[in-house]
Ligand binder design. Structure first.
Ligand code: SF4
Length: 311
């Protein structure tokens, strides 16, 4: 997909995930979130205790069904999404916590359960420093013929920021993780928070350039949520950290997209979180309004994803 080709560009000035899925499968495809009963090595003491300073009890996911078997979650979600959006094909998405931090037998069973009619791909969220060979071998073996994408939380490319937010890994672990996944031929998605107060515009630009160099396939951008009861919540309440403005967030997203290879797929330019769980989320506005304003501003300034991309 080449967004610099005017004939292929529509109003949205970046390579939207929905468009990628249509290019890839020639029809609508929806992601179905799956929740497993897991934790994270950054919470249980293996890497660190307490987790990332912004992470709540849900482990980075607010959109899942309750604890049921993988097959039941997929069936139920498929029926709902299929009738609501008229979709016939789906991607199974292991969304919460660290999916490669569970007994290998359980991981293998979960993957086997994804082999259902109309499931065309499997996305697996995890940390870049927990990509054990047996998990990657199992993915290649059990998901043969399906699209496989590993979604890695990174949040920032600045190692000082990663330390501040207690990620429990640095940038090098992410680079190694991407190289390992690429050696299996898997797709790689990267999750980034654009408005971490310890990052500046140079970090944002560098993030785009690092993802370009590593040939990461997809990106998901979020704003910084303050989930009630987290360490970040306390830091904000006690005035230890000042949150950035909506305008800062939008400027950073645009700056990031300008420097990003136009062939990298953008899953989202802003995330969603329920109001009840958060003290501060998306600047008190709806995600789609913030997204639309970014698109409008990019169009007004004639900016597209990759406008400043240099190979
Ligand atoms: S790595 Fe993910 S699940 Fe673990 S503490 Fe951080 S945000 Fe939460």
């Amino acid at each position: 997909m080449n967004l610099t080709d005017n004939s292929q560009r529509n109003k949205v000035p970046y390579y939207q995930y929905s468009r990628y899925l249509k290019d890839r499968f020639q029809e609508k495809v929806y992601k179905l979130p799956i929740k497993l009963n897991l934790t994270c090595p950054n919470r249980d003491g293996t890497c660190s205790r307490g987790g990332c300073i912004f992470c709540g009890e849900e482990g980075g996911s607010f959109e899942n069904l309750d604890q049921r078997s993988v097959k039941d979650q997929l069936r139920e979600n498929m029926a709902y999404m299929g009738s609501r959006y008229k979709a016939k094909k789906f991607i199974a998405y292991f969304q919460n916590f660290t999916n490669t931090y569970q007994p290998i037998e359980d991981f293998r069973e979960a993957l086997k359960d994804c082999r259902m009619e109309n499931i065309v791909g499997v996305n697996i969220s995890t940390r870049p420093d927990f990509l054990g060979k047996e998990y990657l071998d199992s993915s290649a073996e059990l998901l043969q013929g399906l699209d496989i994408c590993y979604e890695l939380g990174l949040q920032s490319v600045n190692s000082h920021t990663l330390e501040k937010i207690n990620r429990g890994h640095g940038l090098a672990a992410f680079i190694q993780g991407v190289l390992d996944l690429k050696s299996y031929g898997f797709r790689v998605a990267c999750h980034l928070i654009m408005d971490l107060p310890w990052d500046d515009l140079l970090d944002i630009e560098e993030a785009a350039k690092i993802l370009n160099a590593l040939e990461v396939d997809e990106v998901k951008l979020h704003s910084l949520y303050v989930v009630k009861g987290t360490k970040l919540d306390r830091m904000v309440q006690e005035g230890e950290v000042d949150l950035l403005s909506k305008r800062d967030y939008q400027d950073r997203v645009i700056h990031f997209l300008e420097h990003l290879n136009p062939n990298i797929v953008i899953q989202r330019i802003i995330g969603r979180a329920p109001k009840e769980a958060t003290r501060f989320c998306n600047f008190g506005e709806s995600w789609w309004k913030i997204r639309d304003e970014i698109i409008e501003e990019m169009n007004r300034r004639n900016i597209q994803q990759g406008s400043l991309y240099v190979r």
